[in-house]
Design a protein. Structure first.
Length: 207
């Protein structure tokens, strides 16, 4: 009898956590006194859904278009959405990247994730701290580089993301006034890439 009461108590706490936190990691359940066995029973009963190893959500949770960004942020909380993933988030390119790009520190642990597929870019500490915004996606705080910072990074990593993608993002940002030339210049100078970007900014500004 006591065991059944304990199981019900853990079940209720687990569902409460998921309802109020959205995606929840197994470590968070354990910290709340909820056992892995309870989570397994809830999953088998269809009361919760396992998104990937160690990450759970309610079956009827509303899924945002940026669902994979929220998953990645939950699994790598110190990471920052960057490059083509940030360009897509800010609606500066049409193509949705097949993998989530996350910026991490030069010495940060790089986790091996089966899902969502993630690509990591290592940033110096000063560039990792700069231009970070926090957006709410499915109740999860997701760190994303700002438009101007993302554009500078796209040019800095142009051999990886493609020069065409970097220019496409810059053109869209200026056309839609999502970033000013001054804001772009600030982050480009910070990244040491302004000499490369300046001719594009000048040409697109005078189109």
């Amino acid at each position: 009898m006591a065991r059944a009461v304990t199981q019900r108590s853990q079940r209720n706490r687990a569902l409460h956590l998921l309802k109020h936190r959205g995606m929840t990691r197994l470590t968070e359940f354990r910290n709340a006194g909820i056992t892995a066995a309870t989570i397994s029973r809830l999953e088998e009963a269809g009361e919760i859904t396992r998104l990937t190893r160690g990450l759970y959500q309610l079956p009827d949770a509303k899924v945002d278009a940026n669902h994979t960004l929220a998953q990645a942020a939950k699994l790598v909380p110190r990471g920052v959405v960057c490059l083509t993933s940030a360009l897509a988030f800010h609606e500066l390119i049409d193509k949705i990247p097949s993998k989530v790009w996350l910026a991490i520190g030069s010495k940060d642990w790089r986790p091996a994730l089966k899902y969502p597929p993630v690509r990591f870019a290592r940033f110096p500490a000063e560039l990792l701290r700069s231009g970070v915004e926090t957006h709410d996606i499915e109740g999860i705080p997701v760190r994303v580089f700002s438009v101007a910072k993302t554009l500078a990074d796209a040019f800095r990593y142009r051999n990886t993301v493609g020069s065409g993608v970097a220019v496409e993002g810059l053109r869209a940002a200026l056309r839609e006034r999502k970033a000013s030339p001054a804001q772009i210049a600030r982050y480009a100078n910070e990244s040491g890439i302004w000499k490369v970007m300046e001719p594009y900014v000048t040409a697109l500004t005078h189109d």
